[in-house]
Design a binder for this molecule. Structure first.
Ligand code: ADP
Ligand code: MG
Length: 237
């Protein structure tokens, strides 16, 4: 049976207005199936973050179509985009954007707080379980400022996975970490990919880490310069 397509970009361009308009992405075509683990490589300024913003419905294309779980994002209003993101998309960034005055648990529950004001018992149970899976059992009540950089990034991974997300987009999630912690972040992402079938698109400029992906996409000068399957290196726990 054919796997379902979760992301489909057709002839996508993104132009940023300005005194000199920037064509950050041009004629990009990319089709991602459910359960893939894709690394996106490319030099600084090549358009990786622009691509990830479009894939995450954080921005809309200037030309072409971006479909996420079958929805053409150009046809959605702000509420529709927010709903799509809330249901299907998780985000992990280089600087994790955690709330410093709050605990690990509160940070993971933050999206739930934002929607309903108070998290439900089920949401708290899910957050505790996801924190355990990223190796933070016993640290749930710690303020995130009292956690190490690697632990903070694991809180960010837990937050991105809350709510049974279909797709997780990570923009240089290891950019701020040493080799060991970077590898650990990839190991955890691969585990959620394998165990829960979550689709991952991970921007990195670390070729060694990209070798853990099933597929490697190179972005150069706003174009998808290459797109190849990769036999992933094993990551042992
Ligand atoms: P990367 O993530 O690969 O470093 P980006 O997608 O951030 O690249 O940027 C691609 C190009 O688009 C760069 O030339 C950058 O300066 C430009 N750019 C990115 N975001 C904006 C923006 N909001 N407004 C104007 N130009 C932008
Ligand atoms: Mg970037």
């Amino acid at each position: 049976m054919a796997k379902s397509v979760v992301i489909d970009l057709v002839d996508v361009a993104k132009v940023y207005d300005g005194a000199i308009p920037t064509r950050a992405l041009d004629k990009a075509n990319l089709r991602i199936e459910a359960g893939e683990f894709v690394a996106i490589l490319g030099p600084s300024g090549s358009g990786k973050s622009t691509l990830l913003h479009l894939l995450g419905a954080l921005d809309t294309p200037t030309e072409g179509t971006v479909s996420i779980v079958g929805e053409d994002i150009s046809k959605l209003d702000d509420d529709g985009l927010a709903r799509l993101r809330g249901q299907h998309l998780g985000f992990i960034f280089q600087f994790h954007h955690l709330l410093p005055d709050f605990s690990a648990l509160e940070n993971v529950l933050m999206p739930a707080f934002a929607v309903t004001g108070t998290p439900t018992k089920d949401q708290i149970a899910e957050a505790m379980s996801v924190l355990e899976r990223v190796g933070l059992k016993g640290k749930e009540k710690n303020r995130v400022t009292n956690l190490s950089g690697g632990q903070q990034q694991r809180v960010a991974i837990a937050r991105a996975l809350m709510g049974g997300k279909t797709i997780v987009l990570a923009d240089e999630p290891t950019g701020n970490l040493d080799t060991e912690n970077g590898k650990e972040v990839f190991r955890l992402m691969r585990e959620f990919n394998k165990d829960d079938g979550v689709t991952f698109l991970v921007v990195t400029h670390d070729l060694a880490l990209a070798m853990y992906a099933d597929r490697i996409v190179h972005v150069i000068d706003g174009k998808i310069a290459s797109d190849h399957p990769n036999d992933p290196m094993p990551l042992d726990g």
